[in-house]
Design a binder for this molecule. Structure first.
Ligand code: ADP
Ligand code: MG
Length: 257
């Protein structure tokens, strides 16, 4: 690959391996993604999705392999790499006793944003996510869907190039699920952000630019949703996914669960 093309990859992962004791959770994972792309990482529970995201956020180090964020190897440039990263973890991480605005301000301080710039961005993001009326309310008083929207707004405060979302819609009602997914899909129009969206729900990958199927720590497939259907000689993503993984229908949880 040409150097300038390589520099455009917002995330580049190669030969990633991670064990918990003798259990191999990630076994040679490799992929690339680009700014403006919505990439769905699809895998059943236990596939290794959260482990991958924990490695990408530098929470712990891989046993082998490299991770580059905008060309920065996070082994040697962790701080610079993390500055480009927005994250919504699988487990909620808001301080429920703080107001919506205070949760965002705290995050802005962590990223060293000047107070006046932070104020402006917080206001913009709260408006954009239809939360401006809730700014002085404690996070505890918000619904699950609204809490996720606050986490999403927070993850964008420092204007990251890469947004990682780990099972962001789990536990939400169908309307809130759709709302979160649609907001993320719209963001790719800006062309400034790459989104890595992990999910075990096949219906969330239909509109992805690319799908990566992860199973038992291995990438079984990467390509467009149409290519995934073709590869599985299937009419639907669900059918292709089941054929590729060899799982039965039961692994596909009911949306909203
Ligand atoms: P996913 O997010 O796709 O559900 P995880 O990355 O959470 O998958 O887990 C992948 C596998 O690694 C699972 O079998 C899980 O039980 C195991 N695992 C995850 N975290 C740990 C840990 N801290 N210690 C031991 N095993 C773990
Ligand atoms: Mg997980």
């Amino acid at each position: 690959m040409q150097k300038d093309e390589e520099e455009m990859a917002v995330l580049s992962v190669d030969g990633l391996r991670k064990s918990y004791g003798s259990f191999l959770a990630l076994d040679g994972v490799a992929f690339e993604m680009y700014v403006g792309q919505f990439v769905a990482l699809l895998g059943p529970n236990g596939a290794g999705k959260s482990t991958l995201l924990q490695l990408l956020t530098g929470l712990f180090a891989p046993d082998a392999g490299t991770i580059r964020i905008l060309g920065l190897n996070i082994r040697t440039h962790l701080t610079e790499g993390l500055a480009k990263l927005g994250v919504v973890f699988q487990q909620p991480t808001l301080d429920l006793e703080l107001t919506v605005e205070a949760n965002l301000r705290y995050h802005a301080d962590l990223h060293g944003l000047p107070r006046s710039l932070a104020r402006k961005r917080i206001e913009e993001l709260l408006k954009r996510f239809d939360l401006i009326d809730r700014r002085h309310d404690r996070a505890r008083t918000l619904s699950g869907g609204n809490r996720r929207r606050v986490e999403l707004a927070r993850s964008l405060l420092h204007e990251p190039s890469l947004l990682l979302m780990d099972e962001a819609t789990v536990g939400l009602d169908p309307a809130s699920r759709k709302d979160i997914l649609n907001r993320i899909l719209q963001m790719r129009k800006d062309g400034k952000l790459g989104v890595l969206w992990t999910t075990h729900l096949v219906d969330e990958v239909e509109e992805a630019d690319r799908v990566i199927v992860l199973n038992r720590g291995r990438v079984l497939f990467q390509g467009t949703p149409a290519e995934l259907r073709r590869e599985g000689q299937a009419e639907t993503i669900a059918e292709a996914f089941l054929k590729l993984t060899g799982y039965s229908q039961a692994v596909l949880s009911v949306p909203g669960s």
